[in-house]
Design a protein around this ligand. Structure first.
Ligand SMILES: [Ca+2]
Ligand SMILES: [Ca+2]
Length: 185
């Protein structure tokens, strides 16, 4: 019986993935991260620091990194509000001109720049935003724009309620309890 319970537990835990989890409202879930659009305009540095303050119950937030075309299309099709199409993303070459890095430390490989960008116009453009066309453009960091934050979804922090409920149901069945409850709803 004990072995059976252990195997049951391991199976249950193994089967719980980020797909079982959720982002706290009003964050939006995509793969293993949560996203939020912030309409309040801010310069790049303030936007980045605000992203770090926003998350509740999830990992540290940063300005959004866009690491492949699937993530880019997620933002385009289901996330970026139609009326606010200009947003800071978490890409800059502040530290070293021409060496772009994501503020969340992600590997910089995928890009979606407009033609001719990044051009470091007037030698004063170190921060990247998504423009009206959907393409990326470097721009002066002190400009104020809406922005999108992205934060790592920590499974156990957000799955614990569902996990505990499912475990209780399983333990109830093991004990011979039918687990049936009248639904008050
Ligand atoms: Ca630059
Ligand atoms: Ca530019």
């Amino acid at each position: 019986m004990y072995l059976c319970i252990v195997l049951l537990y391991l199976t249950l835990v193994t089967n719980i993935t980020s797909a079982d989890c959720f982002c706290p409202r009003p964050w939006t879930h995509f793969r293993d991260h949560c996203y939020i659009y912030v309409p309040t305009r801010a310069n790049f540095k303030t936007a980045e620091s605000n992203c770090a303050k926003l998350p509740i119950g999830i990992g540290d937030g940063h300005l959004v990194s866009i690491l492949d075309d699937l993530e880019r299309r997620f933002l385009e099709t289901s996330f970026i509000p139609a009326t606010y199409r200009i947003v800071w993303i978490g890409l800059s070459d502040i530290v070293q001109e021409g060496e772009f890095v994501w503020t969340d430390g992600s590997f910089y490989n995928f890009t979606y720049y407009n033609d001719g960008e990044p051009n470091n116009d007037n030698d004063s453009e170190d921060c990247v935003y998504r423009d009206l066309t959907g393409g990326w453009n470097d721009h002066p960091c002190e400009k104020e724009k809406p922005f999108i934050c992205k934060a790592k979804l920590w499974d156990w922090a957000n799955c614990s309620i569902k996990r505990d409920r499912r475990l209780n149901e399983m333990w109830g069945k093991e004990r011979g309890d039918s687990g049936a409850r009248n639904n008050p709803a």
